[in-house]
Design a protein around this ligand. Structure first.
Ligand code: IVH
Length: 703
């Protein structure tokens, strides 16, 4: 897309523009600024290899916004500022695809591919056929139309003939260029196809966030991508960080009197053209081969790398490379004869739903767990699978005896994708949700805005007590090895463990006499329990299992206080001043610290010698870093950004993601830009240099 000279030119323009922005200079050239921003978007979103810091990009972007506000007549539809749309989308109008979106024929093994090759040779009468092989992206398919170099329309596949016009949402995907120089190839209008994905990291983060809010995890990144494309709020679509891969040209209209470009002779050249125009096509992953055995080898080798890729693929696609031959081979009513999908080993499986057990978690939430006939899903045997809540069971239309489709993808946790009502025999039975706690018999309640039924008998319900203790001991919490689920249950039954503080009062003399408890395991358990007393405060906060308080929030809370009891004095409003704490989380924290039983539990833990003080903060009492928030901007001279951030954390401070009233210190390096400007407007923020920061860490004071 950008050759060496262009890259060097744009990089030198970047430096000049950053300087101009810093100097508040007049007369910035808007088209150049746009080119520079597009170039950096390309480096970031297509190449994954940015040349400037995020903060520098932000400065340039803000400068463009400012320039365009002053000269609205100069705004173009493909300006980087024009992705973000204001307001909500009403309904998605239906649109007709220029060419129907067919699906691919599937193959599952080498023989299928040999067969495909044989048929293609027979049909074409050729002795040798060239194939292009590329990954089969597992997302939601889209169709894009560019006209006169501008993105005109983006739509979903729909029924293949008509789809939904989701142009506004497509514009939120940064790897989709808003304009592309198709005219260089003599193309006036083009319809291209691709796949929208949510990469594995973003999918996991998204699912974790859902879970922390008490919502269901999504089954797979494909559903996450498809669902995200249909959101009516484009800003939310932007937040989902979707990506698009483009792999097919379905229709081309040339400019008058232009000849078909040679890039449209073969599929591999088409992928290269798309790549050169700034699309994320599989140009790098594709291979061109003349021999079906080489194709098979490549497919099998790629399958081995599947888990190492940042996004999900569910197979490979083998395409006849020459487009005239594709035309000659044509289509059946369902799929092209010139292409074949090679599907990887499924991470899906079907099974029978035999029963549903209702498990009570540590917060009293009652979770239905489906027991299914054991089935191997991508190499793992699944026999038990959460079906989340009553609503989910209704939505998936699940009945006892149903055949169900299970999937394990993107995320390791298996999910029920769907049931097959068409396979019912009449013997199936509906699933009844209990009205009372299956463990303690207490009546269950459901709040109007929640999906789960809950047992509120938290201090007397065995399941909740045991789960609370298990969570307390877990690896990311107090990390007490040797006190897992089975042992906690056993000790509970024996009356050794009735609540968390009992962990520190276990009768080891009696335990030594139990079967299966050798001297070594008892000593190990004793030392693990002893060691847990020294765990840092944030782990203890997380271990308490306060609703909505995950590890991140626990760290934020620990950093803000000197002693755990300080939180009793925090109002909901004050809690919300902390990083990333909203009303729901704040409400839950307040509730916890205003409950006498909880306070009693904390006092018992303190009496047992646990660490309720913020040790870090006390260690660094001389340091102004402890409990303070920091943000770095611009280029640092002595430290790497990551080193500086680690120093903050080592000294008991924390890093925040942006300039807001929650920020205490902005550390300013060279060429600092918009963050500095923003920070200057908030007078509670202290703006310091790298040297001042270093002094602060060494001597514990700001000069
Ligand atoms: S080619 C006319 N190439 O797989 C054929 N499809 O199961 C156009 N897909 O509907 C499709 N990666 O949504 C093609 N590299 C790739 C693909 C790909 C994923 C999807 C596409 C298609 C489905 C067929």
């Amino acid at each position: 897309m950008y050759n060496k000279e262009q890259t060097q030119y744009l990089q030198s323009e970047t430096t000049a523009l950053l300087q101009q922005v810093k100097d508040n200079a007049e007369g910035i050239n808007i088209p150049i600024l746009r080119d520079v921003l597009r170039f950096h978007e390309y480096r970031y979103y297509i190449l994954n290899d940015p040349l400037i810091a995020d903060g520098e990009y932000d400065q340039l972007y803000k400068a463009l916004e400012k320039m365009e506000a002053a000269h609205p007549e100069q705004i173009t539809p493909d300006s980087p500022t024009q992705r973000v749309s204001k307001g909500l989308t009403k309904d998605f109008p239906k649109v007709q695809h220029l060419v129907p979106m067919l699906s691919l024929d599937n193959s599952y093994n080498a023989e299928d591919l040999v067969d495909f090759d044989r048929k293609a040779k027979e049909l074409s009468g050729l002795a040798e056929i060239e194939y292009c092989v590329e990954p089969k992206f597992d997302g939601a398919s889209i169709s894009l139309i560019y006209e006169d170099d501008f993105l005109l329309r983006g739509s979903t596949r729909g029924d293949g003939v008509t789809g939904d016009d989701i142009t506004t949402n497509i514009r939120q995907i940064r790897s989709v260029p808003l304009s592309a120089k198709f005219s260089q190839y003599g193309i006036r209008q083009i319809e291209i196809r691709g796949e929208v994905l949510m990469n594995k990291n973003n999918f996991k983060a998204y699912n974790d966030a859902l879970e922390e809010q008490g919502l269901d995890r999504l089954a797979n990144p494909r559903n996450a991508a498809a669902g995200s494309l249909r959101i009516k709020d484009p800003k939310e679509v932007a937040r989902r960080n979707l990506e698009a891969f483009i792999y097919h040209v379905s229709d081309v209209t040339l400019e008058p009197k232009k000849d078909q470009p040679k890039e449209l002779d073969t599929h591999s050249a088409t992928l290269q053209m798309l790549w050169d125009l700034g699309f994320r096509s599989p140009a790098k992953e594709k291979r061109v081969m003349k021999n079906i055995q080489a194709v098979i080898d490549y497919c099998e080798a790629f399958e081995k790398q599947r888990d190492d890729l940042p996004y999900e693929i569910d197979g490979m696609v083998i395409k006849v490379n020459h487009l005239d031959m594709q035309e000659q081979l044509g289509m059946t009513t369902h799929h092209p004869r010139w292409a074949m999908a090679y599907k990887f080993k499924a991470r899906q499986g079907t099974s029978k739903l035999r029963s549903v057990e209702f498990q009570v978690g540590r917060t009293g939430a009652v979770t239905p767990v489906a027991k299914i006939d054991p089935v191997s899903v991508g190499g793992v045997t699944v026999s038990s699978i959460s079906v989340h809540n009553e609503e989910y069971i209704k939505e998936k239309n699940l009945q006892l005896g149903d055949t169900v489709l299970i999937e394990r993808s993107g995320d390791v946790i298996p999910q029920v994708v769907k049931s097959f009502p068409e396979l019912r025999t009449g013997e199936e039975k509906s699933i009844h949700f209990p009205t009372h706690c299956p463990v303690c018999g207490y009546p269950l309640v459901k709040l109007p805005d929640e999906a789960v039924w809950r047992c509120n008998n938290s201090n007397n319900c065995e399941a909740q007590i045991v789960e609370r203790i298990v969570h307390f001991n877990s690896k990311d919490a107090m990390d007490i090895r040797g006190l897992g689920d089975a042992i906690v249950r056993k000790f509970y039954a024996l009356g050794f463990l009735n609540d968390i503080p009992d962990i520190y009062r276990l009768p080891f003399d009696k335990i030594r006499q139990l079967e299966g408890f050798g001297e070594k395991s008892v000593t190990n358990l004793q030392s693990a329990i002893e060691a847990s007393k020294k765990q840092p405060l944030h782990r203890l906060i997380y271990a308490l299992g306060i609703r909505f308080v995950g590890e991140t929030t626990a760290k934020v809370l620990a950093n803000a206080i000197n002693h755990l009891f300080d939180l009793k004095e925090y109002s909901q409003e004050r809690l919300q001043e902390l990083e990333d704490i909203g009303p729901k989380v704040a409400g839950s924290i307040c509730q916890f610290f205003h409950n006498d039983q909880n306070m009693d539990l904390l006092k018992q833990l303190e009496a047992e010698g646990l660490q309720l003080k913020n040790e870090k903060k006390n260690l660094h009492t001389g340091s102004n870093l402890a409990g303070q928030t920091f943000l770095f901007t611009g280029t640092l001279n002595k430290l790497k950004r990551s080193q500086a951030e680690a120093m903050v954390e080592e000294n008991g401070g924390s890093i925040v993601s942006g300039v807001s009233s929650k920020l205490n210190y902005l550390v300013v390096g060279e060429d600092a830009g918009s963050k500095l400007e923003k920070a200057k407007k908030i007078n509670t923020i202290k703006i310091i240099s790298e040297e001042e920061f270093l002094t602060m860490t060494e001597k514990g004071e700001v000069s």
